[in-house]
Write a protein that binds this ligand. Structure first.
Ligand code: DX5
Ligand code: ZN
Length: 219
């Protein structure tokens, strides 16, 4: 079985104590920190910007997995790179030139991801897959934590897994939205190797984070 990485979404953390929360999930054994950036335009919610990413950077050495749900996105890529992002993921639905955005992220020396909304077909990756480091399959419509996993996305994960394997390159396949201990098993079986989880990581408070992360790993 693949090495599965757990990337808690800090959207479900206590925003008044974000630094402590990031340290707590690091100590609880997660692999990446997933940071959801929303603009009130591409998605109907507002979250955090580069200043917060920068403020969090000293609190952990784990990779910052920055999921940009903003449009237009290109003007913000430098700011997130400078703030300490390691992986920067963009949505093709958010702009007309996704390939340009990928080139831009790579030129900043960062890993580049492409995220597909639930209605966006895997085929969109045909002319991007050779240039990217990560595919993010959205298993909910982006904008909010706490939504239910959309089962049709399992077929998309299977399709993307085949595309990735055909490249022979090391590309992560991440699933985001409604991931809990049950849907985690289904997503892994379909080929995912990075699990984003907000609600399922932070439920029950700090004493539960380690057990919650272990449960996502199937332990
Ligand atoms: C949704 C975000 C997700 C979300 C996941 O737009 O991209 O990362 O916060 O939250 P849960 O795990 O609660 O579905
Ligand atoms: Zn996300």
């Amino acid at each position: 079985p693949p090495h599965v990485r757990i990337a808690p979404s800090i959207l479900s953390a206590d925003f008044a104590r974000l630094g402590e929360e990031v340290r707590a999930i690091d100590e609880a054994g997660c692999d990446w920190i997933h940071i959801d950036v929303m603009d009130g335009h591409f998605v109907p919610n507002l979250t955090i910007g580069p200043a917060v990413v920068k403020a969090l950077r000293p609190h952990t050495s784990l990779p910052f997995d920055v999921h940009l749900m903003i449009s237009p996105v290109d003007g913000f890529l430098d700011a997130f790179a400078e703030a300490g992002a390691d992986i920067i993921t963009v949505h093709p639905e958010a702009g007309p030139h996704i390939h340009r955005s990928i080139q831009h992220i790579k030129s900043l020396g960062k890993q580049a991801g492409v995220s597909l909304n639930p209605a966006t077909p895997a085929k969109l990756l045909d002319y991007l897959i050779d240039d990217i480091d990560l595919v993010l399959v959205m298993s909910v419509n982006p904008g909010f934590g706490g939504q239910s996993f959309i089962d049709s996305q399992l077929r998309k994960i299977e399709a993307v897994r085949k595309m990735i394997d055909r490249t022979g390159r090391d590309i992560r396949l991440e699933v985001d939205g409604g991931v809990d201990a049950t849907t985690a098993r289904q997503a892994i079986a379909a080929g995912a190797d990075v699990l984003v989880a907000g609600t399922a990581t932070f439920k029950g408070g700090r004493d539960c984070y380690a057990a919650n992360i272990a449960a996502l790993r199937g332990l």
